[in-house]
Write a new protein. Structure first.
Length: 197
C-alpha cells in the first residue's frame, strides 16, 4: 500500500513538472501547429497526465521504466495537442533507452533495432512527402533501444491503431484524406504496453 501511495505522489509531482516542461517547450517553439490554441487544446493535459502516470506506474515494479513511461505519455500529449515530438524528449528517451539496453544485456539488439528501425523510417519520411515527420523517425530510433526485436510489433500495431483512428476521424469528418495524422501517440501507447507486458 505504501508503494502505491508513493507512486501516486510521484505521478502528481511529475504531472506538474511535465506540464511545466511542455509549456516551456511550446513557448520556445516557432513550429507549433496550433500556436493560438495552446490553452484550449491542453485543458485536460494535467488530468490525463496524472491518471495515466498513476495507473501505469502501479503496473510495474521496475523503477527504470518509470522515466520512459513519463516521457512517452508527455510525447503522446504534445503530439495530440500540437502535432509535435520535441527533440529534448526523444533525445532523453534515446539516452535512457541506451542505458536500459546496456543494463538489460540487450545492447546489441537494441542498437540494431534503433538503427534499422530509424533508418527505414527515415527513408519512408523522404518518400512520404511530409506525411511522416522527422519526429516520428527520431521516436522510432529511440524506441529501438528500449524494445529491441519488439520494435517491429510496436510499428505494426501502432500503424494499425493509427490507421483505424484516422479512418474514424475521416468518417466523422473531423479530418480528410489529405490531413496530417499523428502516429507518434499510437507507437508510444504500444511501447508502454510491451514494456509493461
Amino acid at each position: 500500500m505504501a508503494e502505491i501511495i508513493l507512486k501516486i505522489i510521484l505521478a502528481a509531482i511529475l504531472t506538474f513538472a511535465g506540464s511545466f516542461w511542455v509549456e516551456k517547450l511550446y513557448s520556445g517553439s516557432t513550429e507549433l501547429t496550433f500556436p493560438k490554441k495552446i490553452a484550449e487544446r491542453a485543458k485536460f493535459r494535467k488530468s490525463i497526465l496524472f491518471f495515466s502516470l498513476a495507473i501505469f506506474f502501479n503496473l510495474t515494479d521496475e523503477i527504470f521504466l518509470l522515466p520512459a513511461i513519463f516521457l512517452l505519455i508527455l510525447m503522446i500529449l504534445t503530439d495530440f495537442e500540437q502535432y509535435m515530438l520535441f527533440d529534448e524528449m526523444t533525445f532523453s528517451l534515446a539516452v535512457l533507452g541506451f542505458i536500459f539496453a546496456w543494463h538489460s544485456s540487450i545492447l546489441t539488439q537494441g542498437c540494431f533495432a534503433a538503427l534499422v528501425g530509424g533508418g527505414i523510417f527515415a527513408v519512408l519520411a523522404v518518400f512520404s512527402r511530409g506525411s511522416l515527420g522527422g519526429g516520428d523517425v527520431k521516436l522510432i530510433f529511440a524506441l529501438g533501444f528500449w524494445l529491441g526485436e519488439k520494435l517491429f510489433n510496436v510499428v505494426l500495431f501502432g500503424t494499425v491503431l493509427g490507421g483505424f483512428a484516422a479512418v474514424i476521424m475521416i468518417l466523422l469528418k473531423k479530418k480528410d484524406r489529405k490531413s496530417y495524422f499523428a502516429y507518434g501517440p499510437y507507437f508510444s501507447l504500444c511501447t508502454i504496453y510491451f514494456l509493461l507486458s
